[in-house]
Each structure stands twice: as C-alpha cells, then as structure tokens.
Write a protein that binds this ligand. Structure first.
Ligand SMILES: [Zn+2]
Length: 158
C-alpha cells in the first residue's frame, strides 16, 4: 500500500504547470529525466538550490521540495530539484547502480548516476547555497534501546 501511494504521488505532478516557476526537464528522452524548477524572486538576491530525492528510499525530501515549487519568491531565486534520481525513486531503492550521493568526489563516467551528478554539480555551482534534503535512519531515543532506537539515530521521534 505504501508503495502504491508513493507511485501515485510521484506521478501526480506530471502535466501540471507550476504557478510561478519555470520548469525545465533535462535528459527527457532517457529513463532518468531531471526536472528543475527555476523560481525568480520579485527582488534580486542570492540563489539557493533545494534538492530532494537523491536516494530513492528517502521520500520526505521529494515531498518537501515538490511543495516548495509552489512558492512565490519575494527576494532572490530558488533552483529546485525535487526528484534528483527518478529511477531509484520509482523503485523505492537507495540506488540503482551506485549511490548518486557518492558520485560527486571525482569525474566519473560509468553510470547514469554520473551524468546526474554532473548536472547537479553544475546547478549547485550557479547557486549561492544548497539545501540537500535527506532522511535520518532509525529512530531517536534518549536512551539506548537497540541499534535502530538510540541517542545516535536521527530518524523520526516516536
Ligand atoms: Zn540520504
């Protein structure tokens, strides 16, 4: 059921035009399209990039970034990439070939994730700041209960 909800959510944004943003889709003839929303503020200012969905098993960032595409910016600009790794999001898997979040340290040329890493690197290079949305793993607990519930985990507090 969770997976069905997730797939419906992912596809719910196709065909809808953003209110204030310019939407560009890069790599659209491939299986890894990259939607990028450009939001220009009413007044000039710094540009901040917000990215979600770099790892397919972390949906919170996708939801947060997608909602942010509906914002009207007063000052500065936003570059929003809600679904950085579409194939891994579709499968609700952290990665397909390699972890995209680990492909920024060198100039790799092996997998589609490397192409995405270059595009994301470029977008972050034209931004003044980057907000990279992830999810914590496990569950926070003030006392050690087990490996998934302890003070060193940063996931949801239950
Ligand atoms: Zn992550």
């Amino acid at each position: 059921m969770k997976r069905i909800f997730w797939i419906v959510f992912l596809f719910s944004f196709f065909g809808t035009e953003p209110l204030w943003a310019l939407l560009k889709t890069y790599f659209s003839p491939t299986f890894f399209p990259l939607d990028v929303y450009y939001l220009q503020g009413e007044l000039p200012g710094p540009t901040v990039m917000v990215q979600g969905g770099i790892q397919g098993d972390e949906p919170s960032g996708v939801v947060c970034a997608q909602i942010l595409t509906l914002a009207k910016v007063k000052k500065g600009n936003l570059i929003i990439v809600p679904r950085a790794n579409w194939p891994s999001l579709l499968l609700y898997k952290r990665q397909i070939n390699v972890d995209l979040n680990r492909r920024f340290d060198k100039d790799y040329h092996q997998y589609y994730e490397d192409t995405l890493a270059k595009a994301i690197s470029y977008l972050s290079s034209i931004s003044d700041g980057l907000i990279h949305l992830h999810e914590g793993s496990g569950f926070y607990s003030p006392t050690y209960i087990n490996i998934e519930r302890n003070p060193r985990r940063y996931g949801r507090l239950l």
